[in-house]
Ligand binder design. Sequence first.
Ligand SMILES: NC(=O)c1ccc[n+]([C@@H]2O[C@H](COP(=O)([O-])OP(=O)(O)OC[C@H]3O[C@@H](n4cnc5c(N)ncnc54)[C@H](OP(=O)(O)O)[C@@H]3O)[C@@H](O)[C@H]2O)c1
Length: 299
Amino acid sequence: MPFTLKSTIQLNNGVSMPLLGLGVYLMRPGKETYQAVKAALEIGYRHIDTASFYRNEEDVGRAVRDSTVRREEVFITTKLWNNDHGYDSALRAFEASLKRLGLGYIDLYLIHFPVPNLREQSWRALEHILANNRARAIGVSNYTERHLKDLLSHSTVVPVVDQVEFSPFLYQRDLLEFCRKQRIRLEAYAPLTAGRRLDDPRIIAVAKRHGRTNAQVLLRWAIQHEVVVIPKSRNVDRIAENARIFDFELTSEEVSALDRLHDGFRSSWDPTAAAWDFPAVVLPMMGYSIAAGGGKHYE
Ligand SMILES: NC(=O)c1ccc[n+]([C@@H]2O[C@H](COP(=O)([O-])OP(=O)(O)OC[C@H]3O[C@@H](n4cnc5c(N)ncnc54)[C@H](OP(=O)(O)O)[C@@H]3O)[C@@H](O)[C@H]2O)c1
């Protein structure tokens, strides 16, 4: 069946997740986030991706509450920030996010980054949150295959999602394949390369052929891989443009040609360099500081 703006994928626990969402990273708290989320819901988006780190959970929650769309129809993701790892801290951070959002539950709660040493305890906290029906699903972000294998070796709940950077320039084929086998859905962040590679002539050529924009081609490529996309825009016209990806299709040759653009480009942090579990004393020597975010960030 062809995808539509209302298309969902099924997560491994039976919960449905819309294939397209609005990302709100680097949206200013207050009016900017509120208006973008309100506009997205009016256009037909039913999925918003925020994080405590983005400092705009309040505005996301307010826009959802003020909209005419029923809460049950909107899928809301937020994330556990790196400084909040550990069993009790993660539980507290989750409650704080819920309070800021002003919602009774969260659809998807993610570990934002595989912080060394503490992430196992944090995952147990997320399992507790899930068991208590405070979140409908739990997952991870920025986990490589190695981090996932480690998690699967001690967890009772398989994460529903791994949210990672994913674009033709960072076509994570092996991770996608591994996740498919484990019934973990891949979710693409920075699907528009954070705007940095949008003007690549090879994307332009495909866009011209279909009478589409470069952004639409990148998003369409990801959903044809059945990967959830969460493009960010604070501009109403671009929010609408990014949703018009369900009425055209790339050929399999075009998808393969775009796959071959992979050159390892990242707009964001690189979790492959994220420390494995080392004694805490070693981390500063490796340039890691859990307090500073457990990895090199991209801001
Ligand atoms: N888990 C993680 O570690 C992680 C990391 C990064 C991002 N994320 C999530 O993923 C979401 C998306 O990633 P991202 O925000 O980094 O990058 P992105 O969605 O790839 O790109 C956003 C940039 O593209 C511009 N843009 C949006 N639509 C456009 C269009 N149709 N034409 C031209 N330019 C367009 C935006 O500008 P305007 O706003 O001015 O339109 C913005 O500068 C984030 O908002 C966040 O929710 C998660």
